[in-house]
Design a protein around this ligand. Structure first.
Ligand code: DQA
Length: 146
């Protein structure tokens, strides 16, 4: 099984940006956690990050043509704005889990909308970077059931 972990804008700034919200662990630690989780489950993990909406659309389409079985995505700010990301996930029909590091529900009104959610099999929010581990485990277990 192959899982692609996509992170959107400013997630590369983890450990620097708003630590009281996103914690002090950096992006490299997030990548390590995902890879370790994959190793334990016997799942191949690719981690990829971009600050650019169109590049994320391209990567989701790339997943379709490159044998990706599951996507974990934190679209970051594009969660609240991007119909293009919603359409991309719908287009590829790859089981996708939406992850947010922070407790989005307890934050500003403009963060309460998620366009991509309608195309996702699950949403994980407020678990810190551990949420990525939960998401990978969920996709691996669902794959096992199929
Ligand atoms: C985020 C929440 C978003 O509202 C925000 O724009 C982010 C990160 C999170 O992981 O908690 O950049 O997706």
């Amino acid at each position: 099984m192959k899982i692609l972990v996509i992170n959107g804008p400013n997630i590369n700034m983890l450990g620097i940006r708003e630590k009281h919200i996103y914690g002090s662990e950096n992006y490299d630690t997030l990548v390590e956690l995902c890879k370790e989780t994959g190793k334990k489950l016997g799942v191949e993990i690719e981690c990829w990050q971009s600050n650019h909406e169109g590049d994320i659309v391209d990567k989701i389409q790339w997943a379709y043509f490159n044998g990706v079985d599951g996507i974990v995505i934190n679209p970051a700010a594009y969660t609240h704005t991007s119909v293009a990301l919603l359409d991309a996930v719908k287009a590829v029909s790859i089981p996708t889990v939406e992850v947010h590091i922070s407790k989005v529900k307890e934050r500003e009104d403009f963060r309460q909308v998620s366009y991509i959610r309608a195309a996702c099999v699950k949403t994980i929010s407020g678990q810190g970077i551990k949420g990525y581990e939960t998401a990978i485990k969920y996709l691996a277990e669902e794959e096992y059931k199929r």
